[in-house]
Design a protein around this ligand. Structure first.
Ligand SMILES: [Zn+2]
Length: 129
């Protein structure tokens, strides 16, 4: 939401005019079905059951899949996908980040790239409605 400060109509003071950017469902960027990282081609999918049952996403280098939980919204999908993508990069390039380091890097990168407008605040998978 952007605000613009302007003189009020009666000229007695300042008022704020609000402009709301309307985002329709069709405007939300959609991930491709496959994503190449290093030598592997990862399939990006939603799966109902995660390992442990509570995770919002998981990455399997063996199955070459980035999996996201079905119940997360488009905003969470953007964040969780980036987290899982860093897991895949971590494995493919043998960086040896811990789970905590992956989380912190993903959160920082997500905030930074979104502030620059280089990464969407909402994201859909290819298979999403
Ligand atoms: Zn993780």
């Amino acid at each position: 939401m952007n605000t613009t400060t302007m003189m009020s109509e009666d000229g007695t003071g300042w008022t704020e005019a609000w402009s709301v950017k309307v985002v329709t469902s069709e405007m939300i960027p959609r991930l491709p079905r496959y994503h190449d990282i290093g030598p592997r081609r990862y399939k990006i999918i939603r799966v109902p059951a995660m390992a442990g049952g509570v995770a919002l996403g998981e990455t399997s280098i063996y199955a070459e899949e980035i999996r996201l939980a079905p119940q997360i919204n488009n905003r969470a999908t953007a964040r969780v996908f980036l987290h899982e993508d860093i897991h895949a990069i971590n494995e493919e390039y043998e960086i040896e980040l811990t789970e905590n380091q992956v989380s912190r890097l993903a959160n920082g990168l997500c905030a930074s790239l979104q502030a620059l407008g280089f990464y969407p605040t909402e994201l859909k998978l290819a298979e999403d409605p």
